[in-house]
Design a protein around this ligand. Structure first.
Ligand code: SF4
Length: 353
């Protein structure tokens, strides 16, 4: 690609803000909704990054900014070391092709009037990635890659003739048909049967390793986050801010930010013995504050069990703490994270192996 490539990061966001404007009536002033706030974030080539947080935390807004579907209100966005505002028309097309999405809802994402060969083939013909003569073979090769075999059985099927897992594989095939550098996978397994999830997660991991495609995996499910991001990084979002980042295994083994501790304390455990030994939910309220009326200071202070006066007035800045970067005033004073009331050693060993 002719876009200059001076850094190892595919995507780099600096001090990025995304505001939406909401009007209540014709004569009222628009209300500012700050959906992303001072985001500093990057994804390196071939890296898996997990973006985790509850609904309304800004994960999908961030994915839409990265994909070029939303223009940020402030801050800079670099793609392969180039500010996206300074790309030429051709470079901009290349940038949009290099970032592909795997959506959560495969029903909505696929055109019901098109067969698999049309859905996969037309974009490739349009972008001249393949000629008509080789189209059937190219589409068969893509279906084979995503394990939709025998390919002749699937190539002329419509999306309603496929199961949820097969449609999700189809979305993955469509994403890789554009030879992307980065795939944004937005809750890709949340709408399919639990029994099929691991196969889809393994497929995404295989494409990452074999083709060196970077993956931003967006989820609210810490179990799949741990599975997909085995060797990757994690970024935890809360109400439009990133509150903790670091290596997935290290961050989840020793969470620093009280919000991440609360998320971990809420993960269901399929072992009743362990469940009984678990500490109570580490949060003062289950309700997320409204994005239109954000708390002052630390955005998590209305739900934080460790909140002090400083938290209500001053916004914490992200600082390096061990191998993680954490945005919390009291990160050096917090007690060690313990998930269980009693010693559960031995019982927990197999749980997340
Ligand atoms: Fe809790 Fe204060 Fe840290 Fe925010 S800054 S997470 S309110 S301890």
């Amino acid at each position: 690609m002719d876009i200059k490539n001076i850094e190892s990061s595919v995507v780099k966001l600096q001090n990025l803000d995304m505001n939406f404007y909401k009007k209540k009536g014709i004569f009222s002033q628009p209300q500012v909704v700050n959906a992303l706030h001072e985001i500093n974030f990057s994804i390196n080539k071939g890296e898996v990054v997990i973006l985790v947080g509850e609904s309304g935390s800004g994960k999908t807004t961030m994915a839409n900014v990265i994909a070029g579907l939303l223009k940020p209100t402030a801050g800079t966005y670099e793609f392969n070391g180039n500010n996206i505002n300074s790309l030429t028309k051709e470079q901009y097309k290349e940038y949009r092709n290099s970032i592909q999405m795997i959506q959560q809802d495969s029903y909505a994402a696929l055109n019901p009037m098109r067969t698999m060969i049309k859905s996969l083939g037309d974009p490739m013909l349009l972008k001249k990635y393949v000629n008509k003569k080789d189209l059937y073979d190219k589409v068969s090769e893509l279906l084979e890659t995503v394990e939709l075999t025998p390919t002749d059985h699937f190539i002329d099927k419509y999306s309603h003739q496929l199961s949820g897992g097969q449609r999700q594989r189809m979305l993955i095939a469509r994403a890789i048909s554009m030879n992307p550098e980065l795939i944004l996978a937005d809750e890709p397994v949340s709408m399919i049967d639990v029994s099929l999830r691991v196969a889809i997660l393994n497929l995404i991991a295989r494409l990452n390793q074999e083709r060196n495609i970077a993956v931003l995996y967006i989820t609210h499910d810490l179990a799949t986050a741990r599975y997909v991001g085995k060797n990757g990084r994690i970024a935890v979002m809360y109400l439009g801010t990133i509150v903790e980042t670091g290596n997935v295994q290290e961050v989840l083994a020793d969470p620093k930010h009280p919000y991440l501790r609360a998320l971990l304390s809420a993960v269901p455990i399929p072992d009743p013995r362990l469940s009984r030994m678990r500490k109570k939910l580490m949060i003062t309220s289950a309700d997320l504050p409204s994005i239109t009326n954000l708390p002052t200071g630390c955005r998590f202070h209305t739900r934080c069990i460790y909140c002090k006066d400083i938290c209500k007035t001053q916004e914490p800045k992200p600082v390096q703490h061990g191998s993680s970067v954490v945005a919390c005033h009291l990160v050096n004073e917090l007690p060690k994270f313990e998930l269980y009331e009693k010693d559960a050693v031995g019982l927990t060993e197999d749980l997340y192996a």
